[in-house]
Design a protein around this ligand. Structure first.
Ligand code: LIP
Length: 273
C-alpha cells in the first residue's frame, strides 16, 4: 500500500489546526474530568472529541488506515502495531496541564508505515508552535528548519523529566533516583507535563536530554521522528534500540550524552502497549 506522506501531512496539518482551535478555546474554561489507569491519569471531553475529529477526518480520506489512539485505547480499542499504515494519536498530550489551564498542551500525531514512524506532527495550539517531520526531509518548527543542540555532556545540559502519572511506590522511587542523579550533574531540570513537548524541545535544541519510562506510543511516535530528523538520538533508556511499544524513551541531542546518562539510570519496565 503506497502512502503519499506529503498528502498525509497536508491532511493532518489541516485537521490539527482545526482541533487546536478547539483546545485553545477551552483551556481556560472549567473541565469535566474522569480518571483512567490511575487516580491522576485524566481524560476530558475535549481529549475524546479531538481524537474523534482527527480519526474521522483521516478515515474519510484513508478508510483502510489503522489507528492507535490514546482515548480509543482507554475505551478498549487496542490495536497492535503492524506493517499497515497506522496513525498513532494523542489528541491532548499534557491532559493534566489542560485540566489546570497550564498553557502547555500538544496534539501529537505519528504515522507508521511498515512498522516505522515516517511522519510526525506536534502542535502546541496555545503557543502556536507547529513541529513536523517526514522521514529523510528534516524537521521544522513553523516552517523553519530545526536542529538539536549537539550538546555532548550532561554537565552542559538542560534536561527534561516528568514525574509520571502513577502513585506506585517503586515507580516513584525510581523516578526520584533518576531525577536526583540528573539534577546533580546538569545545568537544570524542567518538567513541562507533556512528553511530546519535551521531545519537540530536544529537536529544536532547547532541551539536551529527556528521559521517561511509563509513557505510551502516542506520547512518543511523532517526537521520535522529529528528533531523528533534527539530527538527534532516540533510544531505549537502558541503552538499547528504541521500541515505540515498550513505553520508554531517552531522546537526546547526541549519542554521547545518551551513552553517558543511561548506565546511571534505574530502570522501570511497564507492561507494553
Ligand atoms: C502525559 C505525558 C507525560 C507523562 C504523563 C502523561 P497525557 O500524557 O505526556 O510525559 O508524564 O504521565 O502520560 O496523558 O497527558 O496524554
Amino acid at each position: 500500500q503506497a502512502v503519499n506522506l506529503h498528502e498525509c501531512l497536508d491532511l493532518i496539518t489541516r485537521l490539527s489546526r482545526h482541533a487546536g482551535k478547539i483546545i485553545k478555546s477551552r483551556i481556560n474554561q472549567k473541565k469535566t474530568i474522569e480518571t483512567k489507569a490511575t487516580s491522576i491519569d485524566f481524560v476530558t471531553e475535549t481529549d475524546q472529541e479531538v481524537e474523534k475529529l482527527l480519526i474521522e477526518g483521516i478515515k474519510q480520506k484513508y478508510p483502510n488506515h489503522k489507528f492507535i489512539g490514546e482515548e480509543s485505547f482507554a475505551a478498549g480499542i487496542k490495536e497492535k502495531l503492524t506493517s499497515a499504515p497506522t496513525w498513532i494519536i494523542d489528541p491532548v498530550d499534557g491532559t493534566t496541564n489542560f485540566v489546570h489551564s497550564y498553557p502547555n498542551v500538544c496534539i501529537s500525531i505519528g504515522l507508521a508505515v511498515g512498522g516505522e514512524v515516517k511522519l510526525g506532527v506536534i502542535f502546541n495550539p496555545v503557543l502556536d508552535m507547529f513541529f513536523r517531520a517526514i522521514k529523510g526531509e528534516g524537521a521544522f518548527l513553523n516552517d523553519e528548519p530545526i536542529k538539536v543542540s549537539g550538546v555532548k555532556n550532561l554537565s552542559d545540559a538542560l534536561v527534561a523529566v516528568e514525574f509520571g502519572s502513577s502513585r506506585d511506590e517503586d515507580f516513584r522511587s525510581i523516578v526520584a533516583h533518576n531525577i536526583n542523579y540528573l539534577a546533580k550533574h546538569a545545568h537544570g531540570i524542567r518538567a513541562a507535563g507533556s512528553a511530546a513537548w519535551n521531545l519537540a524541545q530536544v529537536a529544536r535544541g532547547a532541551i539536551d536530554l529527556y528521559v521517561e519510562m511509563g509513557i505510551h506510543a502516542w506520547d512518543m511516535a511523532a517526537g521520535d521522528i522529529i528528533i531523528r530528523e533534527a539530527g538527534g538520538s532516540v533510544m531505549d533508556p537502558a541503552g538499547k534500540e528504541f521500541d515505540l511499544m515498550k513505553r520508554r524513551v531517552l531522546g537526546s541531542s547526541s549519542i554521547e550524552i545518551a551513552n553517558e546518562v543511561y548506565p546511571n539510570l534505574q530502570q522501570y519496565y511497564p507492561e507494553h502497549d
